[in-house]
Design a protein around this ligand. Structure first.
Ligand SMILES: NC(=O)CCC(=O)C(=O)O
Length: 264
């Protein structure tokens, strides 16, 4: 099965959800124009890392973002991995939340980022999730994670071994100074989990960081199928063939060769 994947490598206006929503709409139109099957947005696209102002800029229960993503999925018949958004949830807690919609506009997953990133003060303002993010999108068993989560291979393995999942979606706001690590970590996650990795990063800057783009589509051997620039907004598009992955898994059966009884 061939799937056309599109990644919206966008800039994000700090603390300005209304402006960012327009960008999200614009990229859904672009993805529909190239007849993409799946569209992926980056991390915290509604507010950026405007952590000091979460009370005013975050999305209560994610409702505004959910309505927008659902409408876009339905209108353009797109499967959407909705990056993530800053949400305000019960007990006055804020989360970094991914919503996923199929091309009928049905929500197929909701995930709160599990590992909060101290270097960007995330844990001082946001709460961590504690649930997996497994879903079926375009008839493909898939998993999703958010940015810093990729530094925890045991967490991704936990999700990927409940499948195996065939595509791993990563959404990020990853700074330029560690962009080489971004690429290497993603290639490693693809190889060890024998999965396609579809990874969306933002470009542009906020008060503290310049973000490094280089959104990537990687095959299960770790080869780069398609790569975006480090500094420009763009819609990255590539076709992947899911059957390739099945052939690769047959040759080196890492999932069945695991010895989980020895791992702690
Ligand atoms: N937004 C994030 O989680 C950034 C993670 C990051 O930059 C890293 O090096 O890890």
């Amino acid at each position: 099965m061939t799937l056309k994947i599109a990644i919206a490598q966008i800039d994000i206006a700090l603390g300005k959800p209304a402006i960012n929503e327009q960008t999200v709409i614009e990229y859904a139109q672009k993805a529909a124009a190239v007849e993409a099957d799946i569209l992926v947005y980056p991390e915290m696209w509604n507010t950026g890392y405007d952590l000091l102002n979460l009370e005013t800029v975050s999305d209560p229960q994610g409702q505004r973002s959910v309505n927008l993503l659902r409408d876009l999925a339905k209108k353009y018949h797109l499967n959407i991995v909705g990056g993530s958004v800053a949400t305000a949830q019960a007990e006055n807690k804020f989360y970094n939340t991914m919503f996923v919609f199929n091309d009928k506009g049905e929500q197929v997953s909701e995930y709160n980022k599990l590992h909060l990133f101290g270097l960007m003060n995330e844990e001082k303002f946001m709460s961590a999730g504690n649930k997996t993010n497994l879903f079926n999108l375009a008839d493909v068993p898939s998993a999703g994670a958010i940015c810093y989560d990729i530094r925890f291979p045991e967490w991704l393995r936990t999700m990927m071994s409940q499948g195996p999942q065939e595509i791993l979606y990563i959404v990020a706001e990853w700074p330029i100074q560690r962009i080489k690590q971004w690429q290497l970590l993603l290639q490693a996650r693809a190889i060890e989990n024998q999965t396609f990795v579809v990874a969306a990063n933002r470009v542009g800057r906020d008060n503290d960081n310049t973000f490094g783009g280089r959104s990537l589509i990687i095959d299960p051997l770790g080869n780069i199928v398609q790569q975006a620039s480090d500094d420009k907004v763009e819609l990255l598009v590539a076709e992947i063939n899911i059957n390739d992955e099945k052939a690769i898994r047959g040759e080196i059966p890492v999932f069945s060769d695991r010895r989980p009884e020895l791992y702690r």
